[in-house]
Ligand binder design. Structure first.
Ligand code: NAD
Length: 239
């Protein structure tokens, strides 16, 4: 019988952590081994710890991280030390933290995505068509629930970067709206004198990110060292 992979879930008590826990419980190839969070104990996991530098971390076969930039960095050090694949959807990273992820990818498999939905990976690919109308005006707009900590969203920043690469110039910064319980809406406006195109992606629930993260984790568990994103999962040959 194939061995079940022991998962370390970083941020397990959070909104995303709880959603991922539900999916992992129904995924036979994964075992809920270690929860890292501020909570004292989570019943679904064999162990709950406040820090990733704990004894049980050595037994983890794969990390899934939806926490904070600070905790991501601590867990990354442990993952490098133990040579463990690392999936992360944590946003709000500064340039040093992004560089640390890319450096780590020289020794372990890493998949980081500011948005784990396949839909946003599709949207990012679709934006390449704007190379044909690069003279248009462009604006990215995002809406999220009022408890979201970072602004603009990580997804808006990634879309902005991708769009600037496509049109070959700097664009006005994303517009952010915070309110209610919105899971995440991202709009890309392309505007000319006589026409207005809007590409829009709406997350209908939090499960879309959690399912994406678990799919990404299964995919990454078969990969060698390197830095991957959801585009790689989207275009993967096994799909
Ligand atoms: P949350 O605040 O509900 O949960 C955060 C979790 O991390 C909690 O379990 C908390 O205990 C833990 N944590 C954070 N810092 C810690 C520390 N220093 N020590 C111990 N525990 C710590 O947040 P959330 O809504 O679940 O989002 C988590 C992250 O995921 C955010 O960065 C968010 O933007 C991102 N996110 C990404 C995607 C995506 O698709 N990539 C989707 C949704 C959210």
């Amino acid at each position: 019988m194939k061995k079940r992979m022991k998962v370390g879930l970083v941020g397990a008590s959070g909104r995303m952590g709880q959603e991922i826990t539900k999916i992992l419980k129904g995924t036979p190839s994964f075992e809920l081994h270690l929860a890292i969070c501020r909570q004292s104990s989570l019943a679904e996991f064999a162990y709950t710890r406040a820090q990733p530098s704990c004894l049980e971390a050595k037994e983890v076969d794969l990390w899934i991280d939806f926490s904070s930039p600070e905790l991501l960095q601590k867990t990354l050090s442990v993952a490098i030390k133990n040579k463990t694949p690392f999936v992360s959807g944590t946003t709000g990273l500064d340039t040093k933290q992004v560089s640390a992820l890319k450096r780590a990818a020289k020794s372990i498999p890493i998949l980081w995505a500011s948005n784990m939905s396949l839909g946003v990976a599709v949207l990012t690919e679709a934006m390449k068509v704007f190379a044909r109308v690069r003279q248009f005006d462009f604006q990215i707009e995002e809406f999220h629930h009022r408890r979201k900590k970072d602004s603009p969203s990580g997804t808006a920043k990634s879309l902005q970067q991708a769009l600037e690469n496509v049109v070959g110039r700097e664009l006005p910064p994303p517009l952010s709206v915070r309110g209610g319980g919105i899971f995440g809406i991202h709009k890309v406006h392309a505007m000319a004198e006589d026409e207005h195109i809007i590409f829009e992606h709406s997350a209908l629930n939090r499960a879309v990110f959690a399912n994406g993260a678990v799919e990404a984790a299964k995919w990454l568990s078969l990969k060698k060292k390197g830095f991957y994103g959801m585009r790689d999962v989207l275009y993967s040959e096994t799909k």
